[in-house]
Design a protein around this ligand. Structure first.
Ligand SMILES: Cc1cc2nc3c(=O)[nH]c(=O)nc-3n(C[C@H](O)[C@H](O)[C@H](O)COP(=O)(O)O)c2cc1C
Length: 351
């Protein structure tokens, strides 16, 4: 059984990921980066490039994710990522945000299955060319650099004279746009392409995060897909996990998002390890704070990110409402730290 850390835009950037890896990473096989959304300029935004820069992800297994409905832009980004050393690249067909969906991206691509089919055809054909192209390029790199590169782990550097490694193309999808009515056709389309792994969040775009995951439709994906299927959605506790696991004993991998943000030790617990301890959360929180502080330009974005984390982590405590309110009101580091101290000192852990 494998556990993956889901991408959460605005939360699971490299500063957070590295601390999670250091504290609780043993139970997590792969971390997925929040999406990079390339466009016609063929430049990553500074934040996107920084987030997937191998130097910022040296100690963890990262799968970079791309969000676009334009094959040329996807292939440009995939080639850049391959050249950085990534061998698995994930396509986002699940993002439900209206601004994304309006442009026909993310789960917006599930509304026009013919266009999706053509898009997959074009990117899968294009991706076959990338390894040879990059490795040809590498023959031009001066010997000195290549010698140095032998020291870099395989993930980062294919040897110029070895057979270039193929891209492991993976997809993260929802089950439809407005309804799951076309989910059967969707699986048929995915079955036509060399997808190494298909992560399914069994909600439609219209559901956003409301209601419950549609386990009937997930079951159909699991049966009909010729690709390995990964389950994703609403695993917030060991009990949630056990329910899903007993219903889908053939499912070999599970992706966790909000549940892992709320309880960063959840993957460890699902693998039979100890549940999260209050003191451990305190130390983890402090390390995340320092890591974000070092990577963000000032107090306001730092406060914003920490408050977003507390939206999830606050669930670990009972009787914490008024302390969480103080955290939400904090305008600077001093007010923030004082509110966090009060919460840890006064609230009991409810796990
Ligand atoms: C704040 C937020 C940001 C997200 N960003 C991304 C993203 O960048 N790429 C993606 O594929 N999914 C993204 N998701 C979806 C999650 O990866 C995941 O599929 C979803 O939260 C359901 O899993 P969970 O119930 O375990 O959280 C995001 C979800 C949230 C709540």
């Amino acid at each position: 059984m494998q556990i993956y850390f889901a991408p959460l835009e605005g939360i699971t950037g490299f500063a957070y990921r590295n601390v999670h890896r250091q504290f609780f990473g043993d139970a997590v096989c792969k971390y997925f980066s929040p999406f990079a959304a390339p466009n016609y300029t063929h430049h990553f935004k500074t934040r996107e490039r920084e987030d997937i820069d191998p130097a910022n992800n040296a100690d963890l297994c990262l799968v970079p994710q791309i969000l676009t409905n334009r094959a040329g832009d996807f292939l440009w980004a995939a080639e850049e990522m391959y050249a950085m050393g990534y061998r698995e690249i994930n396509l986002n067909l699940g993002c439900p945000m209206p601004t994304v969906v309006k442009k026909g991206r993310g789960s917006g691509q599930l509304g026009d299955l013919e266009a999706l089919d053509l898009f997959l055809e074009e990117i899968c054909r294009g991706m076959e060319q990338i390894p040879a192209k990059i490795c040809r390029g590498m023959e031009q790199i001066p010997a000195k650099v290549c010698r140095g590169m032998e020291q870099i782990p395989a993930r980062t550097c294919p040897q110029a004279d070895s057979i270039p490694e193929k891209i492991r193309f993976t997809v993260k999808t929802r089950i439809g746009l407005e309804s799951a009515g076309n989910a059967g056709r969707l699986v048929e389309i995915y079955n036509r392409y060399p997808i190494a792994e298909l992560t399914v969040h069994p909600r439609t775009q219209r559901d956003l995060y409301g209601g419950k995951p549609d386990l009937e439709t997930f079951s159909m994906f699991l049966e009909e897909s010729r690709h390995p299927v990964v389950y994703n959605g609403d695993i917030f506790s060991l009990a949630d996990f056990e329910k899903i696991r007993s219903r889908f004993p053939d499912c070999g991998a599970f992706m966790l998002g909000r549940g892992l943000i709320a309880d960063p030790a959840l993957a460890r617990e699902l693998c039979g390890g100890a549940p999260l301890q209050k003191e451990e959360l305190r130390r983890f929180h402090d390390a995340v704070f320092q890591s974000l502080k070092a990577s963000l330009p000032g107090q306001a974005p730092l406060m914003g990110k920490m408050k977003e984390l507390w939206f999830y982590m606050g669930r670990n405590f009972s009787g914490a409402d008024r302390f969480l309110k103080e955290i939400k009101k904090a305008k600077n580091e001093i007010q923030y730290q004082s509110a966090v101290r009060a919460l840890f000192a006064n609230c009991s852990f409810s796990r």
